[in-house]
Each structure stands twice: as structure tokens, then as C-alpha cells.
Design a protein. Sequence first.
Length: 122
Amino acid sequence: MSPTARTAAAPSEQRRAAQRILAAFEAGYEDAGRQVFLRTRDLSESGVFLYAPEPPPVGQKARLLLELPGVEAILRLQGTVIRRVAEEPSGFALRFDEPANEPALAALRRYVEGVVEGAAEE
């Protein structure tokens, strides 16, 4: 499967502090009860939305492994589930923990900015 990413424009974008892109990548997700591969819907330096048939509960602490095109290292991120969607397509939003992820967040920020700049040039 080829990963894809593009910029996202949504009404809720005005209230978001971080730029968000639509991004379909496989990600390794791990929490206290499971280790699975899930697909991302969108991505920013502050968090990610993942499709999941059984979304974890809000407040669940988790780890995410993410490989981005053009980024040499696999990003290892820690976060907390802040929102879940039970209706189809089901999934959840994971907010990344700032201090624990600083190097990974910097790489993620550069990637998102590169996608946004590339879309602006098209």
C-alpha cells in the first residue's frame, strides 16, 4: 500500500493550533490491552486520528510507531486518546504528549510543513 498525504481544510481548522493534513499511513498502535496496526486518517504535530473497529476509551495512554516518507527514523510517539467515534467509520483521536516526544514531534512538524508547502506550490 502506498501512503498518501494531502492538506486538509475543515471548518474546525480555525480552532486547531497545529496544521493538519489528510494522511493515509499504517501505524503501529500499542496500549495496555493490545498491539495492532491501524490506518491514519489525518495527522498533525499535536496528534493523529486512527481508524479502528473498536476504538479505545477516552483517557487511554498509548504508544504509536509511525514511518513517514522521507523521514529516516521511525517516529515513536506517546499520547492519550482524547476522542472516540463509534459510528462508521469508527476510530479515535490520539493527542501526543509534548515533553516525551520532542525529537519525534520536530520531525513530524517538518513533514507536515513540507506537505503543506508542496500543496501550496501546486
